[in-house]
Design a protein around this ligand. Structure first.
Ligand SMILES: [Zn+2]
Length: 245
């Protein structure tokens, strides 16, 4: 990974320090959503006033169904990045997501860090999930979001070869650990408003499931989504990722 000239630049630091610097930059870029070092991904177009709610790590028996009720009540469509293993356990919920008109994406089978996985494992994680989701819904799956946002060039290449468009995000907060829906919504609203000033649409990540616990409590994330809908429904257009692809 270190070219001869880069080695020259870092010669004074010693080989170990040079490798550490290069690896640090590589790891950082592999987790940074807007980094393009690892290939193009769909984030959000220059369309201020458009907002995509996306939900990762479901389906979750308790909270995905509640979320679907609330989205239906507001007539808002969202995008769900599902784990294949959870989808297999909750096929009725997956069918409900699809039949309500929400978009469904692939979030791998078991939520590993794909930046560190062998190509064969990446392929298996994506292909197995794609097949399960398509078998359950009867519809093609077009989108893929890497667990933790972690990727390397091979991960996106493998996804594209399967007809999956890689997706990242531009607005996230720690909704998986924050207990206050109001604080989650406020943190995201600040990012949404900043994106609007910069002329960008907002691609928001929230979590209706949890990769460590299938029944994790997602009430704060679900309620935060409703606060965001209340706050922006008269000024923004809520879209699924199909609108941007
Ligand atoms: Zn995830």
């Amino acid at each position: 990974m270190i070219s001869p000239s880069a080695t020259g630049v870092y010669a004074g630091l010693g080989a170990a320090a040079a490798a550490g610097l290069a690896w640090g930059a590589f790891s950082y870029a592999s987790l940074w959503p807007a980094s393009r070092m690892f290939g193009e991904a769909l984030i959000a177009p220059p369309r201020p006033g458009e907002l995509a709610l996306t939900f990762d790590d479901g389906p979750n028996a308790n909270w995905t169904s509640r979320l679907l009720d609330e989205l239906a009540r507001h007539d808002v469509h969202a995008t769900f990045f599902l784990l294949g293993s959870r989808a297999e356990a909750e096929p009725d919920l997956v069918r409900r997501i699809a039949s309500a008109g929400h978009a469904i994406g692939n979030h791998s089978w078991s939520h590993p860090n794909l930046a560190r996985a062998r190509a064969g494992v990446v392929r298996e994680e994506l292909a197995r999930t794609k097949a399960a989701l398509e078998q359950i819904t009867g519809k093609p799956v077009k989108f893929f979001r890497p667990p933790f946002g972690a990727r390397r060039p091979a991960v996106f290449r493998i996804a594209r070869a399967m007809g999956l468009e890689p997706v990242l995000w531009n607005a996230m907060t720690d909704d998986w650990s924050e207990l206050s829906a109001a604080r989650i919504a406020d943190a995201l609203a600040k990012k949404i408003d900043r994106l609007h000033q910069r002329g960008r649409a907002a691609n928001i990540v929230l979590h209706d499931g949890g990769h460590l616990d299938a029944n994790t409590n997602r009430e704060p994330s679900v309620m935060a989504s409703m606060l965001l809908i209340d706050r922006y429904k008269s000024t923004y257009r809520f879209v699924t990722l199909d609108a941007w692809s």
